[in-house]
Design a protein around this ligand. Sequence first.
Ligand SMILES: NC(=O)c1ccc[n+]([C@@H]2O[C@H](COP(=O)([O-])OP(=O)(O)OC[C@H]3O[C@@H](n4cnc5c(N)ncnc54)[C@H](O)[C@@H]3O)[C@@H](O)[C@H]2O)c1
Length: 316
Amino acid sequence: MKLLVTGGAGFIGSNFLEYMLNKYKNYSFVCIDSLVYKQNEKNLVNIMNYSNFKFIKGDITDKTLIDNLFEKEKFDCVVNFAAEIAVDYSIENPNVFIQTNVIGTAILMNACLKYGVKRFHQISTDEVYGDLPLDSRKSFTEQAILKPSNPYSASKAAADMLVLSYYRTYGLNVTISRCTNNYGPHQSDRALIPLVIKRALNNEPISVFGSGQNVRDWIYVYDHVTAIDLILHKGVIGEIYNVSGQSKKKNIDVIKRILKLVNGNESLICYTEDRPGHDLKYSINSKKIEQQLKWDRKYDFNKGIHETINWFLKNR
Ligand SMILES: NC(=O)c1ccc[n+]([C@@H]2O[C@H](COP(=O)([O-])OP(=O)(O)OC[C@H]3O[C@@H](n4cnc5c(N)ncnc54)[C@H](O)[C@@H]3O)[C@@H](O)[C@H]2O)c1
């Protein structure tokens, strides 16, 4: 089996590649990544020398490059991680999100149809469902209406719609996974958990939007990766799978927890003006993947956050 992993130099993609390369020695993997952030290249150091791995620096929106790559490599499967993901940046500059997250996905799927690729898996997010009031006890299932709140989540929702339409219209064998907030090794310090770890270790101020009451459901990246592996091998074509961490926490509680674990001082926390349209709470139901594919998590927040802090301490 030959897989194309787009955005594989990023946080989740590089963890996926490490896991898959170690598990499936007889598969081959090509990673295409435009290295929006140059430093992502270092996420591939552990696997760069594998004989069944190849890295290509390139943009998924470059149709000629993608067509040539597909024609040459004859992939069996594409897993699309490549995306712009920073919500704040999407508010300032939505066009680049539409270009990569929507047009890029279409270019990849068109190449799948043109060159006979049998399988396309789209990495999506729980953010496509929109948010819930802080006191809500509801969780979105895969059937929930999509109600994204910002250009990032709207571009991911648009891509999901396009993926499902390629299944219905052209018969492309697609699956979609919608996962909650990831944390773990290789995550950039533009994200909350690595940022707080770094600031706490350097004794620097830690900014929190609003009063920090917003709730996110945290999953250790390893558990997300095993869910994708399972969907690729046992998922039903045309289906969407929610992947939840079952670990909902207020942002302020995550920050205080990390400060405690690294002996940081809570006086480092400073409250700033809230982000426009800031989603209050995410909550999804992932019974479908748990019951139908027998997926389960290996990490609770306690175990995952210890692993993450240790990794950042070793890789400062
Ligand atoms: N981080 C999370 O908590 C989370 C949760 C759920 C879903 N997701 C989804 O997982 C995927 C990966 O997210 P991540 O956190 O690893 O992000 P990341 O920014 O670490 O990785 C994304 C990678 O895509 C690459 N990329 C961006 N635009 C590209 C383009 N036009 N062509 C080729 N490569 C391009 C970037 O260089 C980067 O290496 C995204 O699709 C995101 O929507 C992320």
